[in-house]
Design a protein. Structure first.
Length: 406
């Protein structure tokens, strides 16, 4: 059996090749733009939802559900797009999803109470389609962790910019409506960017092609890796959703609360950038160990409700390692399923984890005490570490057996 050209299944297992034709520079920018626009609201949710609470348009009890509903439907949007939409006519799909998101963000100017949940549920579906478009590129990329890191940097820059600027500009004058109007305009920009998308993306390998190319996946390991992604995101967003309440409980001023959220988002950009630089030299397990150690420090010290300067440092530490560890979730799943078919489910599982985190934390949170959420978040983190460690040990054991048998 001589050397031959890699087929699509082999490309899926080979980190030096794209699956299908590599996109051009403008096409990569378009791919990243539509997904970045879709995830804008996830970064400014605490600020905008807190403004709705202050304006008595939303109760504190519905804040966690607002987080959950949008992330849940975003996951559903990714799943439905992946299941029923072919990877063709990408510009049209992006245009329609972007326009729908712009309309729904604009409708928030008149929403209150349960209508907020209904609006964000519909918005999540549109966001899911846009994220699916971005994942078409990342799952086919030569180095998925690299492009996942770049994607996180792009969305982080937009999120932190809005989180820092909106409270002192449009929201200072128009309240929550100023933020939602800005989000509607950004969604329109995403719709326009979709015109630069390629006409279609290459299909991922089928099971037959995967086996023929020697890139056979392991179902149980793939499921376990996705479970680890779910638990990690439940920790990330469960903690982040109650960051403003924890800051308030620590007697921080309103401006300092917004600063803590902005710092967390800002440092997540730096973390993702560092991850992108190290993507080809660092495996997911060392990245996991370092990140979990940092998160443990954050959980312990935030529980003590420290003074504002220390709280800011802890929020920054959480943000940095949040951004740093996320790109390494992609190689974690790809190692369990080298065909990358399970990797296409990563954004869905992340959204489900993001939806579950705030709800699980809310069961241990009251109007005056939010630290119960830290216990739930910490439990999710511990289970994720256990799962990743088991996968890592089993991989090492399998590799050792293969080395001995050869």
């Amino acid at each position: 059996m001589g050397m031959r050209l890699l087929d699509r299944a082999q490309e899926a297992a080979d980190d030096d090749h794209w699956i299908g034709r590599p996109p051009s520079g403008p096409q990569i920018v378009a791919y990243l733009t539509v997904g970045t626009v879709a995830l804008l609201f996830s970064g400014v949710q605490p600020i905008l939802l807190d403004a709705l609470v202050a304006e008595q348009r939303l109760t504190v009890g519905l804040v966690g559900w607002s987080f959950t509903v949008e992330f849940l439907t975003l996951a559903l949007g990714v799943v439905l797009a992946g299941a029923f939409a072919k990877p063709d006519k990408l510009a049209l799909k992006g245009l329609l999803a972007g326009l729908a998101l712009a309309i729904l963000n604009g409708a928030m100017l008149h929403a209150s109470g349960p209508l907020v949940l209904a609006d964000r549920a519909a918005a999540g579906l549109a966001e899911g389609v846009l994220v699916w478009l971005t994942m078409l590129m990342i799952t086919r990329a030569s180095t998925p962790a690299l492009w996942a890191g770049v994607f996180l940097v792009a969305q982080g820059l937009l999120q932190v910019g809005f989180a820092a600027i909106l409270p002192v500009t449009l929201m200072a004058r128009f309240g929550a409506n100023g933020g939602f109007a800005a989000a509607a305009v950004v969604a329109l920009i995403g719709a326009l960017a979709s015109f630069a998308l390629p006409s279609a993306a290459a299909a991922l390998p089928t099971d037959v092609e995967a086996e023929a190319g020697g890139a056979k996946g392991h179902g149980a390991r793939a499921i376990a890796s996705l479970a680890a992604v779910f638990l990690t995101y439940a920790f990330f967003i469960g903690f982040f959703a109650y960051l403003p309440q924890l800051a308030g409980q620590a007697k921080m001023a309103p401006g300092e609360v917004g600063g803590a959220v902005s710092l967390s988002l800002a440092l997540s950009i730096l973390g993702s950038g560092v991850a992108a630089l190290l993507a080809k030299r660092l495996s997911y397990y060392p990245a996991c160990l370092v990140s979990v150690a940092a998160f443990a420090v954050v959980l312990v010290w935030v529980w003590r409700l420290p003074a504002a300067p220390v709280f800011m440092v802890l929020a920054s530490l959480h943000g940095f390692f949040w951004g740093f560890f996320m790109p390494f979730q992609m190689p974690l799943v790809i190692e369990s399923d080298p065909t990358r078919r399970a990797a296409a489910l990563v954004p869905t599982v992340q959204a489900l984890g993001a939806a579950a985190g705030p709800v699980l934390c809310s069961l241990w949170v009251t109007d005056t005490e939010a630290r119960g959420g830290l216990l739930v978040a910490g439990a999710c983190l511990a289970l994720a570490l256990l799962t990743v460690t088991v996968l890592h040990v089993r991989r090492l054991a399998t590799a050792s057996l293969r080395a001995v048998s050869s």
